[in-house]
Design a protein around this ligand. Structure first.
Ligand code: SAM
Length: 285
């Protein structure tokens, strides 16, 4: 009997994906997790009824979460990833030769184990890299207690539902600020502005109270249904999101110009050019 899996993120808008083969479908310690094959999106993982990853388009989200802040910063050595258990952001972070350590703090060990089993190419060996440190903990507890300082913090979280809700609070962002080294950058998964505008607006409003520069950038991942996906941006150095194309291209060349499928120096510059309806969400009203 054909099975269709429904995404239940939005109250007035539902998407159904045909599950040609179900590989895993059960509760973990923290959330409902399903992995299945779909003819249009490839292998798909959903947590609590929300698409997290599809093998056909994961490169978009992962490249844009990693490369935009790392090339903006230009000399980031210590990186912290909160969430991100599928290992896709970690994979992209470790492509930067300058990065000397990448700490991944994930609340749900099962996500890491099941993604290593069913999505080995997504992490692509990143978990075996000697620069990688894995911490199984709630990200809020980790940043609240750490005495380490990170050049870049990437919050690759679920939506503000279930275990991810705490990762959208001012307390968490305040602790992220404390855990950032001087000149550091915080980037957050911040949802689909067209359908989740208040979420982005709230996060950037908190950033504005904590940092000199609070903004966002966007990219479109087809399996995040509902238009552009936003990445919250917070730092004290306003110049970092206004680098000229030539500077980003030079840094990319110096990093070995590794092949990418979405990110490019041009896409980095373009990602901060926001359409008015999104700009209105991130600019002080
Ligand atoms: N890119 C996806 C998206 O945009 O929806 C997110 C992918 S990643 C799989 C999200 C991860 O955040 C999950 O593995 C989840 O377990 C983790 N997570 C949720 N809440 C967390 C918390 N409080 N601390 C650390 N990790 C958390």
């Amino acid at each position: 009997m054909e099975r269709w899996v429904e995404e239940t993120l939005h109250s007035g808008f539902r998407v159904r994906l045909k599950a040609d083969k179900i590989l895993f479908d059960s509760e973990t310690e923290h959330q409902q997790l399903i992995i299945f094959e779909n003819e249009d999106f490839g292998r798909v993982m959903m947590l609590d009824g929300i698409v997290q990853l599809s093998t056909r388009d994961e490169f978009v989200y992962h490249e844009m979460m990693a490369h935009v802040p790392l090339f903006a910063h230009g000399k980031a050595k210590k990186v912290l990833i909160i969430g991100g258990g599928d290992g896709g952001v970690l994979r992209e972070v470790l492509r930067h030769p300058e990065v000397k350590s990448a700490t991944l703090c994930e609340i749900d060990r099962s996500v890491i184990d099941l993604c290593l089993e069913h999505f080995p190419d997504v992490s692509g060996g990143a978990y075996d890299d000697k620069r990688t440190k894995v911490v199984i903990a709630d990200g809020t507890k980790f940043v609240h207690e750490t005495d380490q300082r990170f050049d870049v913090i990437l919050v690759d979280s679920t939506d503000p539902i279930g275990p991810g809700a705490v990762l959208f609070t001012k307390e968490f962002y305040t602790d992220c600020r404390r855990a950032l080294a001087s000149g550091g950058i915080l980037v957050t998964q911040n949802g689909l502005p067209f359908l989740q505008g208040p979420e982005l607006k709230q996060s950037v409003t908190y950033f504005r109270d904590l940092f000199d520069d609070a903004f966002a950038y966007v990219a479109t991942t087809p399996s995040y249904f509902g238009g552009s996906m936003s990445y919250g941006w917070a730092t004290d150095d306003k110049k970092l999101r206004n680098h000229k194309l030539a500077k980003i291209a030079r840094r990319y060349k110096k990093a070995g110009a590794f092949p990418t499928r979405y990110w490019s120096p041009e896409m980095q510059v373009a990602a901060f050019a926001l359409p008015t309806y999104i700009r209105e969400l991130v600019e002080a009203s």
